[in-house]
Design a protein around this ligand. Structure first.
Ligand SMILES: [Zn+2]
Length: 102
């Protein structure tokens, strides 16, 4: 009865947070880089493809993935606000009414 070697060392996959992200503006994969400056608590979001750049305040606990998520939320909010000001062409009735008022 030969003793089998016990595998005691298990290689755990270290959970790594993503550091590059897909650009929501130009749609390029892994083109968004985020640079967090902890000293001034500011994060700079930058797309290497379409060169969009955004600056966001960052809390000490936040990581790049959080900054990116916040930025996405902000983009969605902004686009929703824009849509509510300018009626979508999908809804021509509202658009016409708006024009008549003018
Ligand atoms: Zn881009």
């Amino acid at each position: 009865m030969g003793r089998k070697r016990k595998r005691i060392v298990r290689t755990k996959p270290i959970p790594t947070l993503p550091t590059v992200f897909d650009c929501p503006i130009c749609g390029t994969t892994n083109s968004i880089n985020i640079d967090i400056n902890r000293k001034i608590r500011t994060a700079v979001i930058f797309c290497g493809k379409c060169k969009i750049q955004a600056t966001r305040p960052v809390r000490p606990i936040e990581e790049k993935v959080d900054v990116f998520g916040d930025w996405l939320d902000q983009l969605v909010e902004e686009s929703e606000r824009r849509e509510s000001i300018a009626p979508l062409t999908e809804n021509p009735e509202i658009g016409e009414e708006e024009q008549i008022k003018e």
